[in-house]
Design a binder for this molecule. Structure first.
Ligand code: BGC
Length: 386
């Protein structure tokens, strides 16, 4: 019986196939970069609970680090126009900093973000009293808000849209004075187009008020003050405040004021306008803009561009308001990541949310959540370059 010879083309194909199988293992890691999610211990909260730090990485090499303590975004990298990824948020190197003293760096804020006047509101004819932690008002959920509790991890996976982390927290009836058991989930997704998506959901078993937001301090240059960042805010009106930063209830036109960011304007251009009483109250910008976009549908809230690096941050949300805070209470007393001191206006916050003190203003969009309803909020921080 004649021995069958293997044709040459079969051999060539076999070698090519073997190479295709073997090759990925010898190609450098950066070329085959994939979406991933991993975690590492980050220490212990003051109540002894273990805290984890999750790293979400997308295929471009962008990274978001999120702690289960306070749902804090501890670092977030974004590319400059040369493609270099740099951390663009303020924070600490270790958990100890966040536990000791933090002006809400990167935190998930709740149950009610921003201020409630004199820590009081009434709901269904009953008066609720909250802790006064920013005299004479309540700020960001009270003494132990959602930024100071350990969240449980419900899911950590690479999903269809990228690496995603789902955190859960059950805020008990009466916690910080608020009525109703509130079950909250927060999903963080890092997408392949370099955006961090946040989806907040909550349900309650009693009528309550809810206003969640994200409190990252951005610096798109990575260091220095933020006055040269150019901001555009899609809002025709803002909510003027009193000297304790509580809205009067008026929705005032931004026309002809230092609050008109309808066209791109450097943050520093009008921040010292001495004749603007509102800027004196906030020591700069620390106000809520009334977004033009429809409530409940994701719209572009603001765009911030940093000319030296070329970094652009677009903020999108389905919320009625945007708190734009220019870091006026930073004063150099905090030493953060890499031993850096955070000086006056070294970071800015863009926090999509409901208007401050809504529970005390019937003309503001309602923040009441009832049993059977679902609270929903979507916030997107999208990065690109120019
Ligand atoms: C508020 C500021 C406050 C800061 C605390 C911001 O959301 O608008 O008034 O000082 O949070 O870090």
């Amino acid at each position: 019986m004649a021995r069958a010879t293997v044709p040459q083309w079969v051999l060539i194909n076999a070698v090519a196939l073997a190479l295709m199988i073997l090759l990925p293992s010898v190609v450098p890691a950066e070329v085959t970069s994939k979406d991933s999610i991993s975690s590492a211990p980050f220490g212990q909260a003051t109540d002894g609970k273990a805290v984890e730090l999750y790293t979400l990485r997308n295929r471009n090499g962008m990274e978001a680090r999120i702690a289960t303590y306070g749902g804090i975004v501890t670092s977030l990298t974004a590319p400059d126009r040369a493609g270099n990824y740099t951390d663009v948020v303020l924070g600490y190197d270790s958990l100890a900093g966040y536990l000791k003293d933090s002006p809400y760096f990167g935190a998930l804020i709740g149950r009610y973000g921003n201020r409630i006047a004199r820590g009081r509101f009434s709901l269904d004819g009953k008066i609720y009293t909250l802790a006064i932690n920013n005299a004479p008002n309540t700020l960001h959920g009270g003494k132990v808000g959602f930024d100071k509790v350990v969240w449980t991890v419900e899911k950590a996976q690479v999903g269809a849209d990228g690496p995603e982390l789902t955190l859960h927290y059950l805020s008990r009836d009466g916690e910080e004075g608020y009525p109703g058991n509130l079950a909250v989930t927060a999903v963080y997704t890092l997408t392949e187009d370099d955006a961090l998506h946040l989806a907040y959901r909550a349900i309650t078993d009693k009528d309550t008020v809810v206003n969640l937001t994200q409190h990252s301090y951005f610096n798109l240059r990575g260091r220095g003050d933020i006055l040269g960042h150019v901001a555009q805010i899609n809002a025709d009106r803002f909510t003027p405040v009193d000297s304790t930063l509580i809205p009067s209830g008026e929705l005032r036109s931004v026309d002809g004021t230092a609050f008109d960011f309808r066209n791109p304007t450097a943050i520093g251009t009008r921040i010292e306008n001495a004749d603007e009483q509102q800027l004196r109250f906030g020591k700069g910008y620390d106000h809520n803009w009334v977004l033009n976009g429809p409530i409940g549908t994701v719209h572009l809230d603001a765009t911030v561009y940093e000319p030296t690096s070329g970094r652009v941050l677009e903020v999108l949300s389905d919320q009625p308001g945007l708190q734009f805070y220019s870091g006026n209470f930073l004063d150099g007393s905090i030493t953060g990541k890499d031993g850096r001191r955070y000086e006056f206006r070294n970071g800015f916050c863009v926090e999509p949310q409901h208007f401050p003190d809504s529970p005390n203003h019937s003309n503001f969009p309602s923040t009441v959540l009832k049993p059977g309803e679902q609270y929903r909020s979507t916030i997107i921080y999208a990065f690109s370059t120019r």
